[in-house]
Design a protein around this ligand. Structure first.
Ligand code: FMN
Length: 224
């Protein structure tokens, strides 16, 4: 595929048709993803390749409560889990949500989702230049998410798809224990991979003019 087509059509795939994803293809995807940048080129990412349905069912169970809370916050008109505006929702509102999220129901179905990747990052190898600020850190993620995105673009290029999910993080300690990860390996993403049921070609994204300003915050939008 053309680079431009891959970039413009790699979308969040949560709905899959039955397929297999051979180890050779997965290896090829990871072999290209490893050229992602990371702070100091430390390459602190680690990938657990999960085909075992039982482990994947447990991971799906871990993710249900965080997803329930995410939906409750969204229903209440919040931007879920943002660190600027405190949440107003109550445990009762969270408990009242009936979770309908087929991706989690199918996570242990190896015919629909042949592979699940858990991507962790070694925090002892990541330089977090913003760690002394009082706001939430954003730089640490920069040493792992370009790698995860390369996996998704590589999968698209091979006719597969997946989605970068972060819903496991609230249960990080349980995931670390289950998969044997040391405590300084942060769980950055869970990525299911398979054949998309449909292929989106026009993704909903803001125009360049919407997110750029020239020279100053009050400056004009950047235009060609
Ligand atoms: C940092 C990050 C965290 C995300 N976490 C989740 C998640 O926990 N669950 C989920 O279903 N999708 C998750 N997504 C996927 C986004 O919802 C998706 O990329 C976005 O809605 C764009 O979708 P589209 O490419 O299909 O338009 C995450 C994406 C990013 C970049």
């Amino acid at each position: 595929m053309e680079f431009s087509d891959v970039v413009r059509s790699t979308f969040a795939v949560r709905d899959f048709v039955p397929s297999t994803l051979p180890d050779e293809v997965l290896y090829r995807i990871l072999d290209q993803a490893r050229f992602a940048p990371s702070g100091g080129n430390r390459q602190g990412w680690r990938v657990l390749v999960l085909r075992d349905p039982e482990k994947r069912r447990r991971l799906a169970d871990f993710a249900r409560t965080p997803m329930q809370e995410y939906i409750a916050r969204r229903k209440a008109g919040e931007v879920p889990f943002n660190t600027v505006v405190p949440t107003q929702i109550t445990p009762e509102q969270i408990a009242a949500v009936t979770l309908r999220f087929p991706l989690l129901d199918h996570l242990d179905d190896v015919s629909l989702i042949p592979v699940v990747l858990v991507v962790a990052v070694d925090l002892s190898r990541v330089a977090s230049f913003d760690s002394m600020l009082s706001r939430i850190g954003v730089i640490s993620g920069g040493s792992v998410y370009p790698f995860v995105w390369n996996i998704l673009m590589g999968a698209r290029n091979e006719g597969y798809g997946g989605v970068l999910t972060t819903f496991l993080s609230p249960r990080e300690a349980d995931v670390q224990e289950m998969l044997g990860l040391p405590a300084h390996f942060a769980i950055a993403a869970l990525v299911p991979l398979g054949k998309p049921r449909k292929q989106l070609t026009r993704l909903t994204r803001d125009a360049v003019e919407d997110f750029t300003r020239v020279e100053h915050w009050d400056g004009p939008a950047f235009k060609p």
